[in-house]
Design a protein. Structure first.
Length: 176
C-alpha cells in the first residue's frame, strides 16, 4: 500500500501534544515504516502586544492534524487509541484520504506564513481607526485604502478640521 494523508481530530489546543503522543506511540510499537509525517496546519502571524510587534503561530484548523500513513487495522487502532486524539475525520471505520493537492496548498501556506508573517488584524476600507504612535498619535480617522502586500493603510485623519490622507503601518493603528 502507498501512504496517504488523513485528517485526525484532536482535542482543541492539544494538537502539539497529540502529535508528540502519536509519534511516541508509533515508535514504541515499532510501526515507524507505516507513518511518515505528522503536520499541524499553522502559519505565523504578527500582532501588537503592549506596543511591541510579536510573532506567534495561528492554526488554520484548530483541533486537527494531518497524518501521512498506511491505513490498515493496526495503524487505525494506533491512531484511535492515542491520548488527546478523538479519531479520524470522515467515516469512523474507513476514513477517506485527502488529496495531495490539498496537502500541497496547506504546506505552501505554511511556508509563506513562515517567510512573511501575516498581520493578525485585518482592516477594511471605511473602517474607523485610531493612530497609536508617531506624529499623528491619538488622532482618529477612517481607512481610505488597504495595501495588504505592504502592510500599510491610507487613513483619512482629521487635522484642523480637514480630512488629510496619511499612509501608516498596520502596527501604528488600532481599531476604534
Amino acid at each position: 500500500m502507498s501512504k496517504k494523508w488523513y485528517i485526525v481530530h484532536t482535542y482543541s489546543g492539544q494538537e502539539a501534544r497529540a502529535k508528540q503522543a502519536l509519534l511516541e506511540r508509533v515508535q514504541t510499537l515499532g510501526f515507524d515504516e507505516k507513518f511518515d509525517e505528522i503536520l499541524i496546519p499553522e502559519e505565523s502571524v504578527v500582532e501588537m502586544v503592549g506596543g511591541n510587534k510579536r510573532t506567534s503561530k495561528r492554526k488554520f484548523f484548530p483541533g486537527y492534524i494531518l497524518v501521512h500513513m498506511d491505513l490498515d487495522d493496526e495503524t487505525w487502532h494506533i491512531v484511535k487509541g492515542t491520548p488527546r486524539i478523538t479519531g479520524f475525520v470522515g467515516n469512523a471505520t474507513d476514513p477517506p484520504p485527502i488529496s495531495e493537492d490539498e496537502v500541497e496548498r496547506m504546506t505552501q501556506r505554511m511556508k509563506e506564513g513562515a517567510s512573511k508573517p501575516k498581520p493578525l488584524i485585518h482592516f477594511d476600507e471605511g473602517e474607523s481607526v485610531r493612530v497609536i504612535n508617531g506624529p499623528f498619535a491619538n488622532f482618529s480617522g477612517f481607512v481610505d485604502e488597504v495595501m495588504e502586500d505592504k502592510e500599510k493603510l491610507r487613513v483619512m485623519v482629521q487635522v484642523f478640521g480637514r480630512a488629510t490622507p496619511v499612509v501608516l503601518d498596520y502596527s501604528s493603528i488600532e481599531k476604534a
